[in-house]
Design a protein around this ligand. Sequence first.
Ligand SMILES: *Cc1c(COP(=O)(O)O)cnc(C)c1O
Length: 356
Amino acid sequence: MKKKLFIPGPVTVSPDVLEKMGTQMIGHRTKDASELQRRISDKMRKVMYTEEEILLSTTSGSGLMEGAVQSCTKKRAAIFSVGAFGDRWYKMAKGNNVPADLFQSPMGKHTTPEMVEEALASGKYDLVTITHNETSTGIMNPVKEISKVIRKYPDVVFALDTVSSLGGVKIPFDEWGVDIGITSTQKCLGLPPGMAIASFSKKAMERAREVEHRGFYLDLLSLYDTIQKKDYQYPSTPSISHMYALDYQLDKILNREGLENRFNRHREMADHVRSWAKEHFELFAEEPYASNTLTTVRNTRGINVKELNRKLGERGYAISNGYGDLKEKTFRIAHMADTTMEEVKELLALIEELME
Ligand SMILES: *Cc1c(COP(=O)(O)O)cnc(C)c1O
């Protein structure tokens, strides 16, 4: 039985969007391919609130995260981590021989503007990475405040992981000075996994020109230069199937639902799950930093999460256990993409019934 997914990616995909994945192929060096890719970029600029260039990559989000740290660090990267995905960015730097330092917040805490200020004031760094929404802990960082600090350092390229929040929360890239804002298809955008999308500012592009070893497949400058030269065509064969589905889903997001409505729906679902969590358990995150796209619940009643999820599975639902060391100590309920309040309410009622 197919389960309704309340896990933080991949999400359940609407049947009409899924159907677009089955569209017959076109050549990736055709005018139609150029038009498709340009259309997607124009629409993504709206979702990302940016005037900058858009890069598409046939990888999951991690691909463009790796590409960002590798292509745009000339001196040293300051990697801020509030959990597994911040740590991952540090591993990517190390694995590619990119000089980097890791600044970890205590488990369950956010990145503070003060931490960022202290690191950048050293003058050692020319790239900073921040996680907007940490999916392992359910923390949403105060990026607006952090961005004010980063702005004071014009030589620093600002890379932001918005993989589990873009499309569910308003993230004004240009207003916040984001140079490379990265997301994947399988979370709040509501598509199958397999494609990553990033904004790429002039500043990031100029930096990349000064970096000698940028890799090959994930070289963001090569993606950028190729789409300029070849009318939005990419150096390697992209997942054209994803592009059809993305083009269609972006129309639904922008025109059928509307961004404001979509963000409101995510906030309402988050408010509802948070009050439910506080009534029956506790929130793992401090409330001002609790994510609007997933909720991490502290398992204060000592329920068997694995068993609960097995029983939910029999009824056609799936949630996520805690991440890593937080397994059984917490569990996670995602409320993202095209999930409705009605579905959230059904899930919570079922959890209550199964806990009795
Ligand atoms: C899922 C996720 C990633 C990794 O994205 P993939 O598309 O799985 O590579 C990175 N960061 C965050 C915050 C995520 O939630």
